[in-house]
Write a protein that binds this ligand. Structure first.
Ligand code: SF4
Length: 352
């Protein structure tokens, strides 16, 4: 298998992916792209959360024109998502899209695909070739036993990549998606052996915050853990900011990202005498504003095991009866009344 570092470097606006570049985090707006104000507002929130590349759907000419105005207000590259209409792909590029995402299988004739490729070539705009298991060609379903398979998804993607390469363009990123986690992981293992183009990785239609996070963590863990994948998206039926929070934690957990505060908290037990569950949730929300710090914070339920279990954390709190302990690297610093634990922790984190 080719390691991630062997992939071509592709520039999406001011963000480079592939090669030695870190895995970049993407999301997609769920606003109407024609709504410039609403879309800009959402992108700025996503930027603040740590989104590095944003995708917007471009179903109309008005949406394509909106890209130009949206780009003036934002600071991260904008990818135009095109379905079916090749004219929208061209209009999006003419209006400043930093990348386009197409499924050549949905675009139609070779002439239409070539028109899109020629426009991208002229401007050196990368094309993401996207294939979803849901739209796999019938002949590839038949070829691999009458159902959707990882092999079929990979063959479909590589056929489309070759089609574009044969038109003389190789500024490409590939995405192959399935909501079946194991099939998706297998497809990525197969395709990583066969191409040097960067891969955008994600488990599609993975569900709500709860199920989507579980499926995405397992799938992305399996894929990224093998050194595959150059950009990621955690697809959730939720505010897209949730996708960024999850993507950051997945990358941090796999050691592919530094920065940000990791919260460890105990599961609570019969020894817990404070409202630790609420406190842990409040700490989790609190640390989101400290993306520039690289810390581990422990929130433990009792003073019996808390200080010991918090040893690996940079800072922590451990609950007692109506009060708690402030702990730094396993050393107890002082007692703090329960009502002041959160504010004390905040002050300490700000100083670190
Ligand atoms: S830290 Fe204390 S309260 Fe939390 S699970 Fe361990 S023993 Fe129980």
């Amino acid at each position: 298998m080719l390691p991630r570092e062997n992939t071509h470097v592709v520039s999406i606006g001011n963000v480079k992916i592939g090669g030695n570049n870190p895995v970049a985090i993407q999301s997609m707006c769920n606003t109407k792209t024609e709504d410039i104000k609403g879309t800009v507002e959402q992108i700025l929130r996503l930027e603040k959360a740590g989104c590095q590349i944003i995708r917007c759907t471009v179903p109309t000419n008005e949406a394509a024109k909106a890209l130009k105005e949206i780009k003036k207000e934002i600071h991260i590259p904008l990818v135009a998502d095109i379905h079916f209409d090749y004219k929208m792909a061209i209009a999006a590029m003419e209006n400043g899209a930093d990348k386009i995402r197409i499924n050549p299988g949905n675009i139609g004739s070779i002439e239409k695909i070539k028109a899109v490729v020629d426009c991208a070539k002229e401007r050196n705009i990368p094309i993401r070739v996207g294939v979803n298991s849901g739209s796999l060609e019938k002949d590839l379903i038949a070829k691999y036993g009458g159902h959707v398979t990882a092999e079929g998804i990979v063959e479909s993607a590589l056929d489309k990549v070759k089609l574009i390469e044969d038109m003389g363009y190789d500024n490409l990123v590939i995405s192959i998606k399935s909501s079946d986690v194991l099939m998706c992981a297998k497809a990525h293992e197969l395709i990583a052996d066969k191409t040097n183009h960067p891969l955008h990785v994600g488990i599609t239609e993975s569900g709500t915050v709860w199920s989507g996070n579980i499926k995405s963590s397992i799938g992305l863990g399996m894929i990224l853990g093998q050194g595959i994948g150059n950009t990621i998206r955690v697809s959730l039926s939720a505010d897209p900011v949730e996708e960024i929070k999850s993507a950051k934690l997945i990358l941090r957990t796999l050691g592919l990202r530094t920065g940000g505060i990791e919260v460890v908290s105990c599961p609570t037990c019969g020894r817990t005498n404070i409202d630790l569950i609420s406190l842990a949730n409040e700490v989790q929300t609190l640390v989101e504003e400290y993306d520039h710090k690289n810390l581990k914070v422990a929130v433990m339920g009792c003073v019996v095991n808390g200080p010991g279990e918090a040893k690996e954390a940079d800072i922590g709190i451990a609950g007692g009866k109506g009060e708690g302990l402030l702990i730094k690297k396993g050393e107890i610093i002082r007692k703090v009344p329960e009502g002041e634990l959160l504010s004390t922790l905040k002050e300490e984190i700000a100083k670190m």
